[in-house]
Structure formats: C-alpha cells, structure tokens
Design a protein. Structure first.
Ligand code: GYE
Length: 340
C-alpha cells in the first residue's frame, strides 16, 4: 500500500512555500542544538550530551560526610554524569544560594542533603517552576508539599534510634537500677538529630529505669562532642551511658571521659551511630560498646536515580539504604571491611 504524503505540493508556488518551510525548520533545529551546546538551554548544561547534576552538600563536619562526598564524586565520574559540587559549610543560607545558582545554570537535576528540615519550600518551588527535578539525599525536608522533590534517598534515622535503644534494653535487661543516660545530639533541627532522638526515646520511655539526665546538641563534630561531654561530666556525677548521634561526637566525648580519669566503654557505656573506621578502632579498644550503622556510600544509588530521571523514567518516592548494628565483639572482624 502506498503511503500518502501528508502535504503534497501540486503547484510551483506550493512547492516554493514548502521548501521555505523546511529550510526554516532546519535552521530552527540547528539553532536549538546550538543553544543546548551553550550550556544554558535544553536541559543539558554541558553541551557534550552529559547529564549535569548540581549537588549541594552540608559541609565536612564528620568522617561520615567526607565518605559521603567522596562516594558522590566518584560515582558521578564513573556514571559519566557531570557534577557541579557545592559545600555549604553547615549553613542553610549557603545551601539555598547553591541551589539558586544550579537553577540559574539550568542543570538537569539538583540533589542536596538538607542541613535542617525546615525552610526549603521557597527555593524548592523555584526549582519546580524552572522544571528542574530535585532529589533529596541522606536527610529529608519537613514540607507539606511532597511534589517539591522527586524522591528521598537515605536512611531511616528513627529506626537507627530504636536500634541504639534496643541494645540498651538488652544490655540492662537483668537490672532494676536506674540507668542514667546523657545524649549528644546532632545539628539542631536536622533530620538525623530529630529522628535519632525520637526513635531512642520511643523505646527507652517504655521503661522508667532509663533516665536521660542531660541532652544537648554538639553539631556532629568531634570538637563539640568533647566540649559538651566535658560539661556533662562536670555537672553530673553518675553517668552510666552516653548515646551519641554520631561517631565523631562519640570520639570527641571519649577524650573528655579519659581526661576525667574514667574508662569509656566501662565506666560509661557508649552507643554511637554511623560506623566509620575510627569508631570500629575504638570498639576494638573497648571504648565504644555498640555502633548503629548509617551508610554514607549513597553515590551509586544517587547516580542511578539521576540517570533514570534524565531518561524520563519514574522513580520511587522513598529509597532506603540497608544498614546493620555492630557490637564490640564483632568489631575486629568487620574493621578490615570499613572503607571510610
Ligand atoms: O550521621 C553525621 C553527619 O546526615 C546521616 O550527618 C547524616 C549525619 C551523620 O554529620 O555523621
């Protein structure tokens, strides 16, 4: 069967009009690809056909964060994704600026790890209006409008808090005495600080023998962990357990405990979260009792999501990372496997 042409010019004039139309279309398409190659159009900021990802990182506050950054940089390179990376140095305003700059540069996808949970709606609406999809990694935002991001890839921090408390319940199952707990919280207002506290309290509040006698933010850093632990030690005579929301704060606190003439891991039992190499070393030395793992190596999963989005494929709204719990007696066997 012969296919009828959609437009069949019969007269010379019609032929001329059609020729002109085709030339105009060809010129327009050339112009469009040139625009895309300029780096500010067509949703391809690089011009060499690569997907461009703008990533706004929290900072470099902990070993976890450093491992997370390396993972993202290495996986982007391996996946052939062009990465524009910005470090907000633990300031929300810097992260907002970075996101605005990514919008201006018209990157294909924006990903970021929100320092705190709230205050993102305005800038996320700007990204949405510019039709640039946003992926949340590691930390979530607290927003009523979940259309402002495509997916959230990261850990379940509430569950991590529960796992930390479950170890405690097991450790003290045969004792009726009061257990005095001090807590070093992560950055105030951040998802891991809020959720790790919530999950821990959910379990410990079921038994009145568990008493949290002091709880304060130490910003996820070693220096602050040490400083706040010193304050806890001088204000409280009888601390049984330290629950630190991350390893760096626990490692800082260990210094304070040792300087006070006490034995970390014995006089004061230590529960921590993350699972970085130095924490495993501390466990093999008997100074940390248990570490709840939080995996920073999100890069490969993030690049998969970015590639899917760039290809117009659907993604799940929530992507969880898989994690375990490690106790002192398992530390030596696991230490050689720790990459960060
Ligand atoms: O636990 C801490 C880091 O958001 C899960 O941030 C992350 C946390 C991690 O500074 O070490």
């Amino acid at each position: 069967m012969r296919h009828e042409p959609l437009i069949e010019p019969s007269t010379n004039k019609e032929k001329h009009v059609l020729k002109k139309l085709l030339t105009t279309l060809a010129t327009a398409s050339l112009a469009l690809s040139a625009l895309a190659a300029c780096g500010d159009g067509g949703g391809d900021g690089s011009g060499d056909g690569k997907t461009v990802l703008g990533f706004a990182q929290v900072g470099a506050e902990s070993a976890w964060r450093t491992a997370n950054t390396t993972s993202i940089q290495e996986s982007a390179a391996a996946a052939g994704i062009e990465l524009k990376f910005s470090d907000a140095q633990q300031k929300q305003e810097n992260q907002i600026k970075a996101i605005r700059s990514f919008i201006q540069q018209r990157v294909d996808v924006i990903a970021f790890s929100p320092i705190v949970e709230t205050g993102w709606d305005t800038v996320l609406k700007e990204a949405k209006d510019a039709k640039i999809p946003v992926v949340l990694t590691d930390r979530a935002v607290d927003s009523a409008d979940d259309s402002l991001y495509v997916t959230f890839l990261g850990s379940d921090f509430v569950e991590e808090g529960r796992r930390a408390a479950n170890w405690l319940v097991e450790e003290y199952k045969d004792s009726d005495e009061t257990v005095n707990i001090v807590e070093l919280q992560g950055t105030t207002g951040s998802a891991p600080a809020i959720d790790r506290k919530t999950g821990f309290e959910e379990i410990t509040s079921a038994d009145p023998k568990f008493q949290t006698i002091a709880s304060q933010a130490a910003d996820f850093t070693r220096a602050k962990g040490k400083e706040v632990m010193q304050a806890f030690l001088s204000a409280n005579k009888d601390i049984d357990v330290l629950y630190a929301h991350n390893d760096d704060m626990a490692l800082g606190a260990i210094q304070a405990i040792e300087e006070a003439g006490l034995k970390p891991g014995e006089d004061i039992k230590i529960i921590s979260v993350d699972g970085v190499k130095d924490a495993f070393v501390a466990m093999t030395e008997g100074k940390i009792n248990v570490v709840v793992e939080c995996n920073p190596l999100l890069g490969p999963q993030l690049m998969d999501v970015v590639a899917k989005i760039a290809a117009g494929q659907p993604t799940e709204k929530r992507i969880l990372t898989e994690e375990g719990v490690f106790t002192m007696d398992q530390a030596a066997a696991e230490l050689p496997n720790r990459k960060y």
